[in-house]
Design a protein around this ligand. Structure first.
Ligand code: M6R
Length: 611
């Protein structure tokens, strides 16, 4: 979604800001802008479309602009008003001396706008953000910090903002409520950003703002207050990511790079967390004792999109390894339907970014109701990771492509480890625990074997170029993988794709089948395999083309399919990982052959920070 960068220091601010915006491009956006000041002037350059267009426009500005040492910049993902130049950020106050960039949504902006219009304010854009810029200007009496605090006390909704003022060119003011802000603290310089990806090029020393923090950012120093201007302490932490981890490294797309990183990212996710002697997992991040685990009555897993699909794999593992009644719920639904939650419930929030608005709200609801709440996040220091206070990091490294790949497989690996640990605190035997631990350990190798089949999968993709519709079917552990395979295909190739439980097709979706429509059947060695093969045949009888994801060497099943992709032989509870990797590659090659914008698909954002 929207991206913020602010800079103050001894470098050319315009250059640092544009570089920062480039590193936020992966989040998805439709316009971009920058504002710079040197105290004598405050200039704004905005463009619809890509950062490259903005960069070009900044180059064409008079030379003095390049000397400026302070500024703010933004990539906008339209919510209020279309992605036009006028709706792009930064927005100015009425005087034109204050510029602000904003992520989030000001819910009471209509009331504030009406109030300001009565006072003579006129607005150029349709955005809620411009209203906030005007409100700050309306309060301004020579002290930007005080004006920002006063304005933010009046707004309802969410914000991450960075503000500069021509009359106070020695600072950037940043603040947050519900929308992340991280501040990189370098030598004689600071970067404000909505995402650490925009900070790593400058420094790895960062401060994360909490809700209702306001920061006065000067070259190399940060002073944080609450909205009443009372100082608060926030620690400096070190980013795990290096400057090069967000680069393509020779791959054509970040998605392909991240697919290939999976053996290593899974190794990182499980490193130091397996106890093979005792057949269990060591997960100190959960911050709990075996006795507390044994008192848990129910697990509730919440997440959105791919993270929810991973959660569904987790549901099977919790039930099979730990006899734990488990529910998986779409986070937005969970937050609003007043769920029945007890202190004996274990609520597990899954989020790659750790910033997804609905998952965060679900976490807050569960904490409020007294459950034990943990997170599985990738982004260190993200809001969900901090608010849950305990949980497991994936350590997958930055996931840049909008389509989630390595986060999914690491989430599954972590869920299997948590289920194993819960099982071993209950009735799961040591022998069975060791067997599961060994299977989890084998995941990187299984993925490597699928990656070796890249050429076969690319060949299969050639048959999909003209496809309009596709179906994915599976049972048991492979049912969520069918959902994930369909999600991946639709988001990057724009082919209409649906995932179903194999038994569900006959209850309606089979009416959609026409000659040549591909149906991907996930048929590894698992209970229900023969039934899924039967369901695939029902589709074939209606003209569908059946692509089987089958176990390596299963010639009998292969003979029943129109084409096959083999995955290595493995227990069904770990098979979601190699299966998902095969489907990631299939989606990638189909989207590539169709000429799609793979890393930044239309209409999508990497991190969905609004409802
Ligand atoms: O950052 P999160 O894991 O909370 O994100 C959840 C979804 O928005 C995300 O998984 C989305 O579905 C991806 N685009 C899927 O590839």
């Amino acid at each position: 979604m929207c991206g913020i960068v602010g800079y103050i220091g001894d470098k050319e601010a315009g250059q640092v800001l544009i570089n920062g915006l480039r590193r936020l491009e992966y989040r998805g956006y439709d316009s971009a802008g920058v504002s710079l000041t040197n105290g004598d002037e405050l200039c704004v350059v905005k463009r619809p479309g890509k950062v490259a267009a903005l960069s070009q426009a900044v180059q064409e500005e008079p030379g003095s602009l390049r000397q400026h040492r302070v500024g703010v910049a933004h990539t906008r993902w339209a919510t209020h008003g279309p992605p036009t130049q006028v709706n792009a950020h930064p927005h100015l106050d009425r005087s034109g001396r204050i510029a602000m960039v904003h992520n989030g949504i000001i819910e009471n902006y209509r009331d504030i706008r009406a109030h300001l219009e009565q006072k003579g304010h006129a607005f150029d854009s349709e955005t809620d953000s411009e209203v906030l810029a005007h409100l700050i200007g309306d309060y301004y009496q020579g002290n930007l910090l005080e004006a920002v605090c006063a304005a933010l006390q009046k707004v309802e909704g969410t914000f991450g903002i960075a503000v500069i003022c021509q009359d106070e060119p020695d600072q950037v003011i940043a603040a947050r409520r519900g929308s992340p802000i991280v501040i990189g603290v370098g030598k004689n310089e600071c970067v404000v950003a909505s995402d650490a990806a925009a900070v790593v090029a400058v420094t790895q020393q960062v401060i994360y703002l909490d809700d209702n923090d306001v920061a006065i950012v000067t070259p190399g120093a940060v002073d944080i207050r609450d909205l009443n201007n009372v100082p608060v302490n926030r620690e400096i932490s070190e980013l795990e990511w290096s400057d090069t981890s967000a680069e393509l490294g020779g791959f054509e797309h970040f998605m392909l790079k991240e697919i290939h990183e999976q053996p290593d990212s899974i190794r990182n996710a499980i490193r130091g967390r397996m106890d093979f002697d005792n057949g269990t997992a060591v997960l100190s991040g959960l911050g709990t004792t075996p006795r507390e685990i044994s008192e848990v009555q129910r697990a509730i897993i919440v997440g959105c999109g791919t993270s929810m699909n991973a959660g569904m794999v987790g549901e099977y593992a919790f039930e099979n390894f730990a006899d734990m009644p488990t529910e998986v719920e779409q986070a937005a639904e969970f937050r609003y339907r007043n769920p029945i939650i007890k202190a004996s419930d274990f609520v597990l929030a899954i989020s790659q970014s750790g910033e997804t608005a609905d998952t965060l709200a679900a976490v807050r609801e569960a904490i409020q109701k007294g459950a034990w709440v943990s997170g599985i996040c990738n982004v260190v220091g993200s809001t969900i990771a901090r608010e849950t206070g305990r949980g497991i990091y994936l350590h997958a490294g930055p996931e840049i492509s909008v389509a989630s790949t390595k986060a999914f497989t690491c989430q599954v690996a972590v869920l299997l480890m948590i289920a194993l640990k819960f099982g071993r605190c209950g009735r799961l035997s040591c022998t069975k625990g060791r067997e599961i631990a060994k299977a989890i350990e084998s995941l990187p190798m299984l993925v490597e074997q699928v990656l070796e089949r890249n050429d076969i999968i690319a060949k299969e993709a050639e048959k999909w170029v003209e496809t309009d519709h596709a179906f994915f079917i599976g049972r048991g552990y492979q049912f969520p993988v069918a959902l994930e395979g369909a999600l991946k295909l639709k988001e990057i190739s724009y082919i209409h794709a649906e995932g179903y439980h194999a038994a569900e097709l006959k209850h309606g979706p089979i009416a959609l089948l026409e000659s040549g429509i591909p149906v991907v059947a996930l048929v590894n060695e698992a209970p229900g395999k023969e039934k899924t093969i039967g369901n695939a045949h029902e589709c074939a009888a209606r003209g569908a083309r059946i692509v089987g994801l089958i176990t390596e060497g299963d010639t009998e099943t292969a003979a029943l399919m129109d084409s096959v992709i083999e995955i290595p032989k493995c227990p069904d509870y770990v098979a979601p990982v190699p299966m998902a990797v095969a489907l990631q590659l299939l989606s990638y090659h189909v989207a590539r052959l169709r000429g799609c914008a793979i890393d930044q698909p239309r209409n999508l954002a990497k991190s969905v920070t609004v409802e």
